[in-house]
Design a binder for this molecule. Sequence first.
Ligand code: ZN
Length: 190
Amino acid sequence: MSKLYDIIDFNHTFVQNKEFEKYRTTKFPDRKMVILTCMDTRLIELLPQAMGLKNGDVKIIKNAGAIVSHPFGSIMRSILVAIYELNAEEICVIGHHDCGMTGLHSSSMLDKIKDYGISQEHINILNHAGVDLGKWLTGFENVIEAVINSVKMIQNHPLLSKSIPVHGLIIHPETGKLDWVVNGYSHTQK
Ligand code: ZN
């Protein structure tokens, strides 16, 4: 458990050498877009490079699977902040092939949680308190359907203007190829 020491050391040098200068920009996205995508490690650099995006171009929100699971959760709030406070004008949900959330089942994750020492008793308490762990810790079967579901949840949000296009795309985690699944321009109203 000493992974952060190397990072802190690197950071001192980075700042000292003023390597930050080439990344200077503002909090407002120059390309006026907000992207919700997956936290997958293969996408850290690949996704912006494959889309021709540089620092300052877009807002990027990440979670496991690029999923909007609740209309009033932190992902949807971030999207609304990007639109209304930071001047984004289009939304892209970008899932990817071979996602860790594909086929994820709560039972296998709960087994691993218990291996870390969390007791069944604690899990039972949460279940009795009305937390649906089975649903919450389960991913999706099909990434295309998952992207379409998230796009629909955003499009139908009562606080989102119908003039904002909400696109759905799938990116290939090796080649960076984008497939356009939902064309947000065909759903917008002026
Ligand atoms: Zn993923």
